[in-house]
Design a protein around this ligand. Structure first.
Ligand SMILES: Nc1nc2c(c(=O)[nH]1)N[C@H]1C(S)=C(S)[C@@H](COP(=O)(O)O)O[C@H]1N2
Ligand SMILES: [Mo]
Length: 256
């Protein structure tokens, strides 16, 4: 499907459909791409080095997510735009509020300015979707989730953190220990710029060491709980502990 966002047409992929992609389809996709850019199918045999070159070329051909050559190629190093609903929530920066509550001593509402006033954390790390595509060296910026949790003071009963989305459907969770990692941020910048509406702006989660489905977009609430509910994709069969390379039967290179 396509959606009209911020004055441009954005292709929104169906993650469920993408997950069904078999290796053979991926291989054909790459061959198709190689013939498009004129390297020829011989390049397929050249291995990882060439794959990195391909990634660079893809960036030249397709600056925007979901457009151009990259959208033809499963496994290309471009973000796919995913939404489990038929729409992309557009939340104005000035209207944005993140609710942080549940099993805490002092629940709070954080505006975008509140988040930006907190000590920032910048990360440059890959983003890996469980369907196979990976975007290298993405520039992220935001606040550590643990800093946010420190502001609301979880009670001793809290063992996990649930997340909800402004799309009204998507949910995710982390254990409290995972939520305290130094590579888990509430991000207001991605790709070196404010998080765009299609990528889950103004604020999304980024859980570096786990598959992309943990990185909830259009982040609405953070709720401390005694026991977490399985998230949207986890109810559909994906692993709750979503470590890259150590879950979902995959062997991708970890992001650490
Ligand atoms: N609210 C919401 N968050 C979401 C998703 C979604 O469909 N809805 N998809 C997840 C998956 S499976 C991935 S791989 C990433 C994709 O991020 P992107 O759409 O910015 O490329 O977002 C994750 N967060
Ligand atoms: Mo994903």
């Amino acid at each position: 499907m396509t959606a009209w966002v911020g004055g441009k047409n954005v292709r929104v992929d169906d993650h469920a459909q993408a997950s069904g992609a078999v290796p053979e389809q991926r291989r054909i996709g790459r061959r198709l791409f190689l013939s498009i850019i004129g390297l020829g199918a011989a390049g397929v045999a050249l291995g990882p080095q060439l794959m990195r070159i391909e990634a660079g070329l893809l960036n030249i051909f397709s600056k925007r997510p979901g457009t151009g050559v990259a959208s033809l190629v499963p496994g290309a190093s471009e973000f796919r735009i995913y939404s489990v609903t038929d729409s992309i929530p557009v939340v104005a920066d000035s209207a944005y509020h993140l609710s942080v509550g549940g099993l805490v001593s002092s629940p709070g509402e954080f505006t975008l300015d509140d988040l930006k006033a907190m000590p920032p954390t910048a990360l440059t790390k890959d983003f890996q979707c469980v369907t196979g595509w990976r975007v290298p060296n993405v520039h992220w910026r935001g606040v550590l989730l643990r800093d946010l949790l420190a502001r609301v003071q979880p009670t001793s009963k809290a063992t996990a953190v649930e997340f909800s989305s402004f799309d009204g459907l998507y949910t995710e969770s982390l254990t409290l220990a995972e939520a305290h990692r130094s590579d888990v941020i509430v991000a207001y910048e991605m790709l070196g710029a404010p998080v765009t509406p299609e990528h889950g702006g103004p604020v999304r989660l980024y859980v570096a060491p786990m598959y992309g489905y943990k990185s909830a977009k259009w982040l609405r609430s953070v709720t401390l709980v005694a026991k977490a509910m399985p998230g949207y994709w986890e109810q559909n069969g994906y692993d709750i502990e979503a470590w890259i390379g150590r879950s979902n039967g995959r062997s991708d290179q970890p992001v650490d």
